[in-house]
Design a protein around this ligand. Structure first.
Ligand code: SIN
Length: 289
C-alpha cells in the first residue's frame, strides 16, 4: 500500500512504499494515478532508477509525449536532459512560469523528472496550483474569460531570436536545445481549461507560452494576461519542491504551472525528463482514495 504525505502547500505530496525500479502492477499504478490527480505533483524519494526504469514507469502512467526543441539522449528517443554545468553562464533554463509545451496541439498531460545529480543548495522547482488560481479569480474576470482562447506559442523561447535561440548558442549552454522557425507557430487553448480526468477547471495560461487572447486587441490582452500572470503565481497557490538525488517527480501540466530556480552556482545539476501524453479515457477515473 502506498503511503501519501501531503506537502501541506496548495499542491504536492510525497509517495512512499513503492519501488519504481521494478515493474508495477495495475493496482499500484492506479493508486499512483489517483494521488497524481489529487495532489497534481507527486514526489517519490529514494528511487534508484535507470533510464529504462524511467521509460517503463512513465509508460505505465500514459503514452509518450512529443518533445520538440530539445534533442533526446542517445538511444532513448523520449528522454531529455535538464542540465546545468558548474560554470555555466547561460540564463537558467525554464526560469519563467510555464506548463510544459502548451503550444502543442495536444500538450503533455504530465511530466516525469528524475533527479540524477542534485546540487547541495538551490535548484528547487516551484509549482502553482491552477485549479486554485481559477477558483480564486473574481467572478467578473471568470465571466470575461469563460469562453476565451489563449494563443500559445514557443516563439519567446525557441525561435531563432528567442531566449534559447542563436544568441544562446554563443553562451555555451550545456543542454541540447534545438531552436527553430517552427517555434513561430501558434495554437489556441481554452483559458478556462477543464481537466479531462478530474473535470475541474484550471487557469491555463503562462508567461512562458501564452502570447495573446483570440479576438482581443493586443494591448487589452497584454493587460489581462499580465493580471493573470501575477494572480496565478500568488504565494497561496505555490508549492516549493526541494530535490534530492534519486527522487522522481511526476506532475500534471493540465492544472499546474511550474518554474525552475537557481542558487547553485558552482555545482552541477542533472535531471532526466520524459513527457506523458493524454491516455484514452478510462472508465471511472478513480478519483477517490
Ligand atoms: C522543467 O521545467 O522541466 C525544468 C524544471 C527544473 O529544472 O527545475
Amino acid at each position: 500500500m502506498i503511503r501519501i504525505q501531503p506537502s501541506g502547500a496548495a499542491c504536492g505530496a510525497s509517495l512512499y512504499g513503492v519501488d519504481l525500479s521494478q515493474p508495477l502492477d495495475a493496482d499500484t499504478v492506479a493508486q499512483i494515478r489517483v494521488a497524481w490527480l489529487a495532489y497534481s505533483v507527486v514526489a517519490f524519494p529514494d528511487q534508484a532508477m535507470s533510464i529504462e526504469d524511467l521509460e517503463r514507469f512513465t509508460l505505465a502512467i500514459g503514452p509518450r509525449g512529443e518533445d520538440p526543441f530539445i534533442a533526446p539522449i542517445p538511444g532513448h528517443a523520449h528522454v531529455v536532459e535538464i542540465k546545468r554545468e558548474p560554470d555555466e553562464q547561460a540564463p537558467l533554463f525554464a526560469e519563467g512560469w510555464h506548463s510544459d509545451w502548451s503550444f502543442l496541439p495536444t500538450p503533455p498531460a504530465g511530466t516525469a523528472l528524475y533527479g540524477s545529480i542534485i546540487p547541495p543548495v538551490g535548484g528547487d522547482t516551484l509549482f502553482a496550483n491552477q485549479y486554485a488560481a481559477w477558483d480564486a479569480l473574481p467572478t467578473a474576470m471568470k465571466s470575461h474569460l469563460q469562453n476565451a482562447m489563449g494563443i500559445h506559442s514557443a516563439r519567446r523561447g525557441y525561435a531563432p531570436n528567442g531566449t534559447y535561440g542563436e544568441k544562446d548558442r554563443a553562451r555555451g549552454r550545456s543542454m541540447a536545445i534545438r531552436y527553430s522557425d517552427t517555434a513561430m507557430k501558434t495554437r489556441l487553448h481554452p483559458i478556462a481549461r477543464v481537466h479531462p480526468e478530474t473535470g475541474r477547471t484550471a487557469l491555463f495560461v503562462s508567461p512562458g507560452y501564452t502570447i495573446g487572447i483570440e479576438g482581443m486587441p493586443d494591448d487589452e490582452a497584454t493587460d489581462v494576461l499580465n493580471e493573470l500572470y501575477a494572480h496565478q503565481a500568488r504565494e497561496a497557490f505555490v508549492y516549493r519542491h526541494v530535490w534530492q538525488a534519486g527522487m522522481l517527480l511526476l506532475w500534471d501540466n493540465r492544472c499546474l504551472v511550474h518554474r525552475a530556480t537557481g542558487g547553485y552556482e558552482g555545482h552541477r545539476r542533472l535531471l532526466h525528463r520524459i513527457t506523458i501524453s493524454e491516455r484514452a479515457p478510462v472508465a471511472s477515473a478513480q478519483l477517490t482514495h
